[in-house]
Design a protein around this ligand. Structure first.
Ligand code: FAD
Ligand code: MLT
Ligand code: ZN
Length: 481
């Protein structure tokens, strides 16, 4: 990393005094490339930062916020920059500070008796999982971006991932927060308490606020015992109805042992097969859907296997599955998960697409998919659906890929807004949400008022105004201007 040259504004001078010159990067130095902080993961938006500021501790964050507030300069908090809704990159004005939290990545403490771990916001999720494992525990949050996303970003977006069916979203895993508010004051809320009814729940207000209400600098997260055995299965299922029936059966037979239930359509798996043939996708060619199930057992592997095999036999008998395999060992299990987690990359390799991250009551998903597929096929000839997601949570990534051979940019120009409207209208009709786990960011900001309860939106605006009257923190995101 290159050190920027002499500052050009009093604010930049002050920020360099607070964090050290090497940690305040600007465009003044031609050798410094800010694009990793300015470009979103999907490469849909390239902003321009006034500076990228990389604080090393909570006091520095507080001082940076105070300096920015005095200069009326907006701040965009950023973790691993893996967000999918354009929430963590600056806009194009060149007037916003990106506050990159990645230097604050320490594990501060593990409390085995309290089953908690306290980490700084910039701690990469995979490192948090590894720290928990080294102490003999499980930290269950898991998602495809875990090698680069941070716990601060996970909390900022209330990330979901693949273990929600058992352990809940990031919100359910958090017991305490340390936050710098928009005035630059530090809220010391790392209590680790499981019970605390002393007024408004500020922790849950901050979680999922996408950097618009405060900057999370550290968090106390729950730990769980490691399962005695964990098995993964892959099943071909004849329809979405069958997938939902299989989910019901899995809940019934495995109870809390059911820790993952993912669904993937044939086209999504075909993309993985096309772009990553070495991954050897099983059972996908002769079936419209495949399901990945995980059974985490507190007894032993034999118990887990016999329970799992009995479940799959029953599913085959009842026609909920047409074929199934159970991973023989951890390597095979990891391979199956890797296939599932590669869909996002395979889809990106295939070209431009319109992503949706929706939730619908599980019972209504089959009808939603049948109706919406038919609608899109009518309106967009040759449309290709990349449909996958966390069926156990009623969360689908219901994505629309440009027709084969189409010019992706032209496709987006003609169809992106129309497709969003068709899909979101359907989501509303089926009682769902237009953002299940990725958040609102900038991408869905114009759609939110059309699909969210107006009273809820008015209350959200009142909260934002009360906590951030200067509109300093991630302005324009979630609520718009
Ligand atoms: P960033 O992208 O840097 O920021 C995201 C938002 O949080 C921004 O609004 C930002 O301002 C805010 N923010 C960041 N840090 C802080 C902080 N310290 N304090 C306050 N606000 C902050 N998401 C899921 O939910 N489930 C998935 O299964 C999933 N899978 C993914 C797979 C891939 C391959 C990719 C690329 C992304 C995936 N995501 C998934 C989306 C993304 O990884 C999550 O949203 C993640 O939580 C973002 O973390 P981050 O550190 O990268 O945050
Ligand atoms: C996933 O479940 O893989 C993620 O949410 C990423 C995506 O939607 O592409
Ligand atoms: Zn997801």
């Amino acid at each position: 990393m290159t050190t920027s040259p002499q500052p050009s504004t009093p604010l930049i001078t002050e920020l360099r005094q607070i964090c050290g010159s090497a940690n305040v990067l600007t465009h003044e130095d031609p050798a410094t490339d800010l694009s990793p902080w300015e470009q979103d993961w999907r490469k849909r938006v390239k902003g321009r930062a006034l500076a990228v500021v990389r604080p090393g501790n909570t006091s520095e964050v507080a001082a940076v916020v105070k300096a920015c507030a005095a200069a009326n300069t907006p701040i965009v908090p950023q973790g691993g920059n893996t967000g999918l809704v354009v929430g963590g990159v600056p806009n194009g004005s060149g007037t916003q500070i990106v506050l990159s939290m990645t230097r604050m990545n320490a594990v501060r403490a593990i409390d085995p008796a309290n089953l908690t771990i306290t980490v700084e916001a910039g701690c990469v999720l995979q490192n948090l999982q590894a720290a928990a494992e080294a102490a003999g525990f499980l930290f269950p949050l898991s998602l495809g971006a875990e090698g680069s996303c941070t716990i601060g970003g996970n909390l900022g977006t209330n990330a979901g991932g693949t273990q929600v069916v058992r352990y809940g979203n990031t919100r359910e895993l958090c017991l305490g927060l340390e936050v710098v508010n928009a005035q630059g004051d530090i809220w010391h809320g790392l209590s680790g308490l499981r019970k605390d009814n002393t007024g408004y729940d500020l922790r849950n207000l901050m979680i999922g606020s996408e950097g618009t209400l405060g900057i999370i600098t550290a968090a106390t997260m729950k730990l769980y015992p490691q399962p005695a055995a964990q098995l993964t299965a892959w099943a071909a299922v004849p329809s979405m109805e069958a997938a939902v029936q299989l989910l019901g059966l899995a809940h019934q037979r495995l109870g809390p042992g059911l820790t993952g239930f993912e669904v993937m359509n044939q086209f999504a798996l075909g993309l993985v097969d096309k772009h990553y043939p070495q991954l050897r996708v099983p059972l996908w060619q002769g079936t419209p859907w495949c399901v990945l199930l995980e059974n985490s057992d507190s007894e032993n592997e034999q118990h887990a296997r016999s329970q799992f095999e009995a479940l799959l036999e029953a599913a085959l008998e009842q026609g909920y599955a047409s074929d199934a395999v159970v991973a023989e060992n951890l390597t095979q299990a990891k391979g199956l998960w890797h296939i599932r987690e590669s869909i996002t990359m395979a889809q990106a390799q295939e070209g431009l697409n319109i992503k949706h991250d929706i939730s619908i009551p599980v019972s209504r998903i089959p009808a939603f998919v049948a109706e919406t597929d038919a609608l899109l096929a009518r309106e967009v000839p040759g449309v290709r659906m990349v449909d996958f997601g966390h069926l156990g949570d009623g969360n689908l990534h219901y994505n629309v890929q440009a027709p084969e051979g189409a010019d992706g940019q032209a496709f987006l120009r003609e169809f992106e807004d129309k497709v969003n409207t068709w899909v979101f209208d359907q989501v509303k009709r089926f009682g769902g949400s237009i953002s299940a786990e990725h958040g609102v960011g900038e991408q869905k900001v114009n759609k939110l008022p059309l699909y969210k309860d107006p009273t809820a939106l008015a209350m959200m605006r009142a909260v934002k105004k009360a906590l951030d009257p200067q509109n300093l923190l991630n302005p324009g995101r979630v609520l718009g201007k």
